[in-house]
Design a protein around this ligand. Structure first.
Ligand SMILES: [Zn+2]
Ligand SMILES: [Zn+2]
Length: 284
């Protein structure tokens, strides 16, 4: 087994991996190299793919000892893959985009995420492209919980779809004239914007019924579950605020451009740097 043979084997099998981009190429090369060293018959092809945001490789050998070695190699690279951006190979983490799981760095994650923008000419834009103008809308439909919207425009067969998971969704809902929504939904939409309360957790005027539309936390209440878990209100608010601050899933970085809700001027941050240190110790 010489070096040249191994590198030919690696090149030959690289294309048997069905992955989304080139970010994992160096991982796959290393995996194939380790396969060859472990004793894999290089005349046999190796196949692999991306599944649920991780690298999977399917091989089997009759040789039990070899099989165990292969399994250890596969596990190692599968673990590395869920920390490596599929597009660029930089450090990444598992993300969910449109209910698909994928492993991306922060930049590529934000690049893939839609952000709604409404400019001063009432153009609705997404990823820096104008997709329609508010004046072109002839009809807008909503899901029962107001979290998804379909927009119909004049002369266009296709509908435009927007969801609450995109920053500025509620700004869009507020901007579209009420008369374009079905008659029986108009009170509900107007009611939503009239009834918004300040959220003591994130500091936006976004609390609607029992949920904050900006940070998605529930307001404190004196029910058994809250008392049992947190003791008192300030502990609950502190913990939710620390979660927002740590921003483990990069939600805040994604929603930084959201202009749907007003900021409350007297918002209080309840946790101290000591609280944060204690909390991080508990989590990591
Ligand atoms: Zn990347
Ligand atoms: Zn909130």
């Amino acid at each position: 087994m010489n070096k040249e043979e191994i590198s030919l084997f690696v090149e030959r099998n690289l294309t048997n991996f069905s992955v989304n981009s080139t970010g994992w190429e160096s991982l796959i090369r290393k995996l194939l190299f380790e396969f060859a060293i472990a004793g894999w018959n290089m005349e046999h092809r190796v196949f692999g793919k991306e599944k649920f945001g991780g690298l999977r490789c399917y091989t089997y050998s009759e040789d039990e000892a070899l099989n165990n070695k292969l399994k250890a190699i596969k596990d190692k690279y599968s673990e590395l893959s869920v920390k490596t951006c599929e597009i660029c190979g930089n450090e990444g983490k598992m993300r969910t985009i449109d209910s698909w799981q994928t492993t991306l760095c922060l930049n590529h994650f934000l690049e893939q995420q839609p952000v709604i923008e409404i400019d001063h000419k009432q153009n609705i834009r997404r990823s820096n492209k104008t997709i329609l103008n508010i004046k072109e809308i002839v009809k807008a439909d909503l899901e029962y919980d107001l979290q998804r919207m379909w927009i119909h425009t004049r002369g266009q067969e296709e509908m435009f779809y927007f969801s609450w998971q995109e920053p500025n969704y509620y700004l869009l809902l507020k901007t579209i004239p009420l008369s374009l929504f079905p008659k029986d939904r108009r009170n509900e939409i107007a009611g939503l914007f009239h009834s918004l309360q300040n959220c003591e957790i994130c500091g936006y005027k976004a609390m609607y019924q029992k949920n904050c539309l900006r940070c998605h936390n529930e307001p404190w209440n004196e029910s058994g579950y809250f008392i049992a878990d947190y003791g008192e209100k300030s502990n609950y608010i502190k913990e939710c605020q620390m979660d927002i601050f740590m921003d483990e899933d990069d939600y805040e970085k994604y929603f930084i451009y959201d202009r749907s809700f007003e900021k409350s001027p007297d918002h209080q941050i309840l946790f101290s740097s000591d609280d944060l240190r204690e909390y991080e110790k508990l989590l990591f």
